[in-house]
Design a binder for this molecule. Structure first.
Ligand code: GDP
Length: 531
């Protein structure tokens, strides 16, 4: 890495802030653990796993509480690797999959995509990839579980290309799979890394092959040598060359093969990741682009974590630093409130051995304690009023109707839901011609947390009923006459969200498509920027 001159440019150049996108069970936790082991952030295998097991033990209230306590510390995993400071932002999956999972991706500079070699591209990966597409986030792909029988490598690549519309550029190529898995051939270094199963951290044997016709290949691979030769010949004829600019613009993904549980292919992946993945880059605000190397501090809140203990109603807002240097005790402008605030009690997420650090740089995440004054998307900056864009609300996918047990608590319900919506815990909608409260989320745990917090923090006793909706879209139309017609025709499908924006609610994507076709002048949006 060539060293830039200014201190801030140096700090920016060494930072890598990323998230992992994958479907549950593809191996995200296992891979995270191996990455942290390489980075020295944990000492023993099993540490991340244990937390995960604890997290999913039960879904009763205590478990949510535990999960929330734990996830503050695992939300940002910081480690050093070679010359780099790596921030791995957790993208919650399984039962705790939520809008936070999507929003975390608005705060990263790149992503690692983990695919199970037997299952190919799965639904949650598709959803997370769609979020990455919004900012053309660069993606490196890891095909996991080669120690098991899976799909043919070429079939996995075409599955990714078809479903995710991104060109795959293999950087390594597997030699066999399952019982016949021998290792991977690095197409660029022209080396073979031989596989020997086991979770230890010992370096594996690496054989450099100058020429694929080398008889050494037959000695070590036997009959599989010819298979490899054929595969490589096929690849060289078919695959485009890797181009950095295409990776950085999100149109190509370099692909690695390995087995996370056997720690095979992980170091190679991490080496490529720190070398290729982008450092923090300029970000858009409503007025101008902000470069990370600007001296003046700026950042935005992308996640809010409430303390579930009713005695401590504080919240932590996770703020991604976009420019300048952050120092403890710093005064910053809270743009939406137009007020100056002192960030004295910020949590700076740091590697374990550097807990006394009092400063943070672009790409780092700080946790700002507050009592409900921070909303998702809020911007903090030193002097100039700025508002970062690209931290939207995502259309919910599951819905519930709230039924109050005591109708006199309507005011508290409204207040509670408004605050919870500002924190991004849940979204709510008021149908235009019914006095209902419809909650929307992308993960069902969001409903459990909402119900508990309504009771604990707002003394609201309520239950859920199924709501017959499966799709929501924010709508607008340039032609007021057409829009009025549309509103009249579909009033039973219209609702206003927490900020008063008109939303179209319907049962299925198919139904939505039908309505979209009938009303070409109406725009149906899957995301909406916060006001
Ligand atoms: P996550 O849900 O994506 O976080 O997935 P986990 O890391 O928890 O892994 C899901 C399951 O796959 C666990 O039982 C892992 O032990 C297993 N697993 C992870 N990586 C590998 C691998 O390389 N090979 C095999 N055979 N199993 C793996």
């Amino acid at each position: 890495m060539t060293r830039p001159n200014s201190k801030i440019a140096q700090e920016v150049a060494m930072r890598r802030t990323f998230g992992i996108i994958s479907h549950p069970d593809a191996g995200k936790t296992t891979l995270t653990e191996k990455l942290l082991l390489f980075g020295g952030a944990i000492q023993t295998a099993g540490a991340v796993k244990a937390k995960k097991a604890q997290r999913h033990a039960t879904s009763d209230w205590m478990a949510i509480e535990q999960e929330r306590g734990i996830s503050v510390t695992t939300s940002v995993m910081k480690f050093n690797y070679r010359d780099y400071e790596v921030n791995l932002l957790d993208t919650p999956g399984h039962q705790d999959f939520s809008e936070d999972t999507y929003r975390v991706l608005t705060a990263v500079d790149s992503a690692l995509m983990v695919i199970d070699s037997a299952r190919g591209v799965e639904t949650q990966t598709e959803k997370l990839m769609a979020v990455c597409r919004m900012r053309n986030t660069p993606i490196i792909t890891f095909i996991n579980k080669l120690d098991r029988e899976g799909m043919f490598p070429l079939d996995i690549l075409s599955d990714i290309e078809d479903k995710l519309q991104i060109e795959c550029i293999p950087m390594s190529w597997p030699i066999g799979m399952g019982k016949r898995f021998k290792g991977v051939y690095n197409l660029y270094k022209k080396e073979i890394s031989l596989f020997n199963p086991g979770e230890d951290n010992k370096p594996k044997e690496v054989v450099t092959i100058k020429d694929l016709n080398d008889p050494v290949l037959d000695e070590i691979l036997g009959s599989q040598a010819d298979e490899l030769r054929e595969d490589i010949e096929l690849l060289e004829g078919a695959a485009s060359p890797f181009e950095m600019r295409h990776y950085l613009s999100g149109s190509q993904t370099p692909v690695f093969f390995g087995s996370a549980i056997n720690n095979f292919g992980v170091r190679e992946l991490l080496d490529a990741f720190v070398e290729m993945a982008p450092a923090p880059s300029p970000r858009a605000t409503s007025t101008r682009m902000v470069s990370p190397e600007e001296e003046s501090f700026s950042g935005f809140a992308f996640k809010i974590q409430a303390n579930m203990d009713p005695a401590h109603r504080d919240r932590i807002a996770f703020v991604r630093i976009c420019s300048g240097k952050f120092t403890r005790g710093m005064k910053v402008m809270h743009h939406r409130l137009g007020k100056e605030i002192t960030i004295s009690n910020a949590t700076i997420f740091m590697a374990q051995d550097r807990s006394h650090v009092d400063e943070a740089w672009p790409g780092d995440i700080i946790g700002v304690h507050n009592h409900g004054t921070v909303k998702i998307g809020d911007t903090f900056s030193a002097k100039e009023p700025l508002k970062f864009t690209g931290i939207p609300n995502f259309a919910p996918e599951i819905f519930r109707r709230v039924i109050l047990k005591n109708p006199l608590k309507l005011k508290q319900l409204q207040k509670g839901l408004t605050q919870l919506a500002e924190e991004g815990a849940v979204q709510f909608f008021r149908p235009v011609n019914a006095p209902d409260y419809i909650l929307g989320a992308v993960g069902s745990l969001q409903f459990e947390v909402t119900m508990h917090r309504l009771k604990a923090e707002y003394s609201v006793d309520a239950i859920y009923e199924n709501a017959n909706f499966g799709v929501a879209r924010w709508i607008h139309c340039e032609d007021p006459k057409k829009f009025a017609e549309f509103e009249k025709k579909h009033s039973h499908n219209l609702a206003r969200d927490a900020e008063g924006h008109l939303t179209f609610l319907t049962t299925t994507e198919w139904q939505l498509g039908f309505v979209e076709e009938q009303w070409p002048d109406v725009v149906f949006l899957k995301t909406r920027e916060a006001d």
